[in-house]
Design a protein around this ligand. Structure first.
Ligand code: ASP
Length: 290
């Protein structure tokens, strides 16, 4: 089976500056090329989405790992998950601090009897994994936080300018996996739980995989990723499943975008936000959603 990959760097406002759009394309294309190459030499779908998300977490322009946004109390708490579609197994971490790659903790939990851990549990886990302490704060995110604090405007649409990351892969064995990682919506209350470490935001089975980005509350209310995966499982084609799901979300004024892959190798995305930063394998080259 020809492997396929689609990744995203979040959804949000239009990139009015063409140079910025081009630099985001180049950064996403590097990850697609590297991971696609690895998939072609036999990397599994789960390993591929973890590799892709690790790379995106390490790139400070995205709101995941290094470069995560700050919560209302000025702290960074990150969430990430992995869904292995072949094993039908979800694992994730919620609101964890002081690690470089939250997705690696989610990966570790794939083989654990306790598959979703939160907050201090994440710290114990990082210690168990011998991960060195890491501060993902960037000057840019600190400045944005101070700006927001000064203006006193706490936007529901904080995520509109952000950049949660995600990946969905189909490997040579025809197996599908999805992974998603985020610093959250930005300026949220302490303890708020993101969709990115829930099946609503990251889900896969042997037919389809989906990673979401946007307002987590909207994604959870729609159970977006699960809704799309089950539609495809029940026989709807991916393009129709995406259009129907996003159409329903539009009626209810939801703000989010999705990337997806099915077991035939069809790559898809859709959104009801101005922009979704996605890149995917397309006939030996890289395609973009923007
Ligand atoms: N979905 C993420 C959250 O609400 C944010 C994002 O995708 O930008 O936590």
């Amino acid at each position: 089976m020809e492997p396929k990959l689609i990744i995203h760097g979040g959804a949000g406002l239009a990139l009015s500056d063409p140079d910025r759009a081009q630099s985001v394309r180049i950064a996403l294309a590097q990850v697609v090329n590297e991971v696609q190459q690895a998939l072609s030499t036999g990397l599994s779908a789960t390993e591929a989405v973890i590799l892709a998300v690790t790379r995106l977490e390490d790139e400070p322009r995205y709101n995941a790992g290094t470069g995560s946004v700050l919560q209302s109390d000025g702290q960074i708490r990150m969430s990430a998950s992995v869904m292995d579609g072949a094993k039908q197994r979800f694992s994730g971490v919620i609101n964890i601090s002081g690690v470089r790659n939250p997705v690696l903790l989610a990966q570790y939990l794939q083989e654990s009897p306790d598959r979703v851990v939160s907050e201090t549990g994440g710290q114990y886990l990082a210690r168990e994994m011998n991960l060195p302490p890491y501060d993902p704060t960037t000057v840019r995110r600190l400045e944005e936080w101070f700006e927001q604090k000064k203006s006193g405007i706490v936007q529901r649409a904080g995520a509109l300018t952000m950049g949660t990351v995600g990946a969905v892969a189909l490997d040579q064995q025809g197996q599908i996996s999805a992974a998603t990682s985020t610093g959250g919506r930005g300026f949220e209350r302490n303890g708020r739980v993101s969709d990115s470490a829930q099946p609503a935001g990251n889900y896969a089975n042997d037919c389809c995989g989906v990673s979401c980005t946007g307002i987590g509350e909207d994604i959870i209310d729609e159970a977006a990723a699960v809704r799309i995966v089950l539609r495809v499982t029940d026989g709807m084609n991916l393009t129709e499943a995406l259009a129907k799901t996003i159409g329903e979300a539009k009626v209810r004024n939801r703000d989010y975008g999705v990337i997806a892959l099915d077991h035939h190798g069809t790559v898809g995305w859709d959104k009801n936000m101005p922009l979704l930063l996605a890149a995917y394998t397309a006939e030996g080259t890289v395609g973009f959603s923007f």
